[in-house]
Design a protein around this ligand. Structure first.
Ligand code: SF4
Ligand code: SF4
Length: 255
């Protein structure tokens, strides 16, 4: 009773306070009629499908795959498609509704890209595990939920072409997640820059007469071989000596 009363009061107090002056006050593509509250305070009837409430960033429906519109780095060779066909999403998917075919090069060896990717949306339970576990930020959960269809089979199996979305779309619907990706990419780029600088420093030191790692390795192997040869020689000498002593003892006992 208390909750019902609170909702009833909120409907007038919160809802009235937050209502926009005109439909144009709301961010596109939100199609909410002027006069309709934009917060979830209180209760109001939404005239769906004429009116739609914006979904929160964490809302998830079906997964989609990402491609870079202007790829650089190692994904350039794969048309910017982020998916490396590692198969982790297919393994963690509880209803097993993901099928992946990994690409192969001319030499028949596997390549880090999927040539076919299917998701059976009629089985997908929107758990988000695939997006959660993907190590390459290649699959995300979409906000699109108007997917009704008269057909119950083929049209619900989405292929690579239907699943691919540009990164800009992901950035628009998942701004927080996208900001995290950018921050992580910066940290990774900085770590790679430091690694390259350290390698260049070592090469420079080697060129200027410092210790060369390959040379150190060669010296280590040479020293170990020398040590083992010496050890085997001593062992053989000790065995020969013991044998000679045994034969001497046997000769004196015969006398
Ligand atoms: S986990 Fe990510 S990279 Fe691996 S196959 Fe799935 S979508 Fe592709
Ligand atoms: S959201 Fe869940 S059920 Fe749907 S494809 Fe991803 S892991 Fe599978």
């Amino acid at each position: 009773m208390g909750i019902t009363l609170r909702h009833f009061v909120d409907t007038f107090v919160v809802g009235y306070k937050d209502q926009p002056a005109a439909a144009g006050d709301l961010p596109a593509p939100t199609a909410v009629r002027a006069g309709m509250p934009i917060t979830t305070g209180g209760m109001q009837t939404v005239q769906y499908p004429d009116e739609k409430i914006p979904v929160p960033e964490r809302f998830r429906y079906l997964p989609f795959l990402l491609y870079e519109e202007e790829p650089d780095g190692d994904r350039e060779a794969f048309d910017g498609i982020r998916c490396t066909a590692c198969g982790i999403c297919a393994k963690v998917c509880p209803p097993q509704c993901i099928w992946i075919v990994q690409g192969k090069g001319d030499d028949g060896r596997p390549r880090p890209v999927s040539t076919e990717f299917y998701i059976d949306a009629s089985i997908c339970m929107s758990c988000g595990f695939c997006a959660e576990y993907c190590p390459f930020d290649a699959i995300k959960m979409d906000h699109e939920y108007e997917l009704s269809s008269y057909e119950r089979h083929e049209s619900w199996v989405y292929d690579l072409q239907e699943l691919l979305h540009p990164v800009a779309y992901h950035a628009a619907i998942h701004p927080t997640d996208y900001a995290r990706e950018i921050a992580e990419a910066k940290v990774k780029a900085e770590a790679e820059r430091k690694k390259a600088a350290a390698q260049a420093e070592r090469a420079k030191a080697a060129a200027e007469g410092g210790q060369d790692l390959d040379e150190l390795k060669r010296q280590k192997l040479e020293a170990r071989q020398k040590f083992m040869d010496e050890r085997n020689r001593k062992k053989a000498e000790a065995e020969a000596k013991a044998k000679a002593e045994d034969s001497g003892d046997a000769a004196s006992s015969d006398d």
